[in-house]
Ligand binder design. Structure first.
Ligand SMILES: NC(=O)c1ccc[n+]([C@@H]2O[C@H](COP(=O)([O-])OP(=O)(O)OC[C@H]3O[C@@H](n4cnc5c(N)ncnc54)[C@H](OP(=O)(O)O)[C@@H]3O)[C@@H](O)[C@H]2O)c1
Length: 240
């Protein structure tokens, strides 16, 4: 049975990743901050042919990350999916051009939090589960990034914290790929596209089902040839 660990698994894209991997018979380690309130996730465990293990994990709390790694007890993981994330301007943003571009109005404490959760935490999580990935068959680490992290594709000012946190995640992923490729481990950023979740808001282009189906197809197709490169949910390569 292939296995995956997913962060931010209780809602949005993370919940749909759990549903789809469970439906395909995977062992899913679903991590979220408040399992007691994760009713949709718990319900997902009762469907599909896979196995669901739910763990408490705030990705910004290293001792909680280590506790989950301890619970896995060196067991194999095929895929680590760093999905949890936060944004500045929920439900709209650079896609809808509603951001205030004036840096003097920006919330710099929020920017620091964006870097902590979107950039630093996924790289710490990658380190915590690296030994599990190395004994897994597929050896894949996927950092859910964003098209808004592409410097080449930047289309306007604003969302400074979110965009830079994902651009920095891309850079960290690229750096890690140089270290991990000789160890046989694939690591990539994948952008899920603008998707109708709490973060993406109701006007987004993609349903969670389509976005997750697309990202899963990209994950399934990854080989060491693809490591250290950025991918969009439709399988095209994203420019940095
Ligand atoms: N939706 C889009 O249009 C879009 C586009 C590009 C990229 N993305 C990326 O896709 C990923 C998922 O986004 P989404 O749209 O599903 O967002 P969402 O609906 O807001 O869900 C975010 C998830 O992350 C979790 N989370 C936030 N902070 C966390 C922390 N410190 N520790 C653990 N979990 C935490 C949330 O848990 P709680 O319920 O506990 O808050 C929730 O499960 C993010 O990395 C996001 O940047 C989304």
């Amino acid at each position: 049975m292939p296995s995956i660990l997913i962060t931010g698994a209780n809602r949005g894209l993370g919940l749909e990743f759990c549903r789809q991997y469970l439906a395909e018979g995977w062992l899913v380690h679903a991590c979220c901050r408040n399992p007691a309130n994760a009713n949709e996730l718990i319900a997902a465990g009762a469907t599909g042919t896979g196995q669901l293990h739910i763990h408490v994990m705030d990705v910004g709390e290293p001792e909680q990350v280590e506790a989950v790694a301890h619970a896995l007890d060196g067991g194999p993981l095929d895929v680590l999916l760093n999905n949890a994330g936060i944004a500045d301007g929920y439900g709209h943003g650079a896609y809808e051009k509603k951001d205030d571009p004036d840096i003097r109005n920006y919330d710099f404490d929020l920017w620091a939090e964006l870097l902590r959760i979107n950039t630093i935490a996924p790289t710490q999580v990658a380190g915590a589960f690296l030994n599990n990935i190395k004994v897994g068959d597929q050896k894949k680490i996927v950092n859910i990034s964003s098209g808004l992290g592409s410097i080449t594709n930047l289309s306007g000012a604003g969302k400074y914290g979110y965009c830079s946190s994902k651009a920095a995640l891309n850079m960290a992923t690229r750096g890690l790929s140089e270290w991990l490729k000789p160890q046989g481990v694939i690591i990539v950023p994948i952008a899920p596209g603008w998707t109708r979740t709490e973060m993406g808001g109701p006007n987004a282009m993609n349903s969670v089902e389509d976005a997750v189906t697309g990202v899963r197809e990209v994950i399934a197709s990854l080989t060491l040839e693809h490591t250290g490169r950025a991918w969009d949910f439709d399988g095209t390569e994203l420019p940095w």
